[in-house]
Design a protein around this ligand. Structure first.
Ligand code: FES
Ligand code: FES
Length: 155
């Protein structure tokens, strides 16, 4: 079945079954491999993207359920073809947050959504907003510092 989907500001056309998870549409049909597969069961948030600005599990969202709501992936956070990074990405780099890196696109997408709603979060608000984003490498303390850094404009 043919679908027109809005991803990172572009309308793309794909052929998929209605129940195909958005994660596979992004990764396998569109080549947007920044969004990661962790558990496939809504348990880790590695696959977090934004749908109409809200964080969502790409592994649990069928293509037919998204409709024409815009989707943003980690590739869509930067501008100028990736030359200008989002403030959260800059903070991640400045504090050397990732270890293996697998969970980090989902962590960053959740952090961007958190800061969109709470521009200067407390530690508790970060814990709440990032709750469910699992990192098997235990980078949680650097993630928290990076969110504070991004909230202060990179200082
Ligand atoms: S891969 Fe989607 S929540 Fe784990
Ligand atoms: S950096 Fe390895 S799982 Fe988070």
């Amino acid at each position: 079945m043919g679908y027109r989907i809005n991803v990172n500001g572009e309308v793309r056309e794909v052929e998929a079954t209605p129940d195909m998870p958005r994660l596979w549409v992004l990764r396998d049909l569109l080549g947007l491999t920044g969004t990661k597969y962790g558990c496939g069961m809504a348990q880790c948030r590695a696959c977090t993207v934004h749908i109409a600005g809200e964080p969502a599990f790409a592994c649990q969202t069928a293509i037919a359920a998204v409709g024409d709501r815009p989707v943003t992936t980690i590739e869509g956070l930067s501008t100028d073809g990736g030359k200008t990074l989002h403030a959260v990405q800059e903070a991640w780099i400045a504090l050397d947050v990732p270890q293996c890196g697998w969970c980090q696109p989902g962590q960053i997408m959740s952090a961007v959504a958190l800061l969109g709603k709470t521009p200067a979060p407390t530690d508790e608000q970060i814990d709440e907003g990032m709750n469910g984003n699992i990192c098997r490498c235990g980078t949680y303390s650097r993630i928290k510092l990076a969110i504070h850094r991004a909230a202060k404009g990179g200082v």
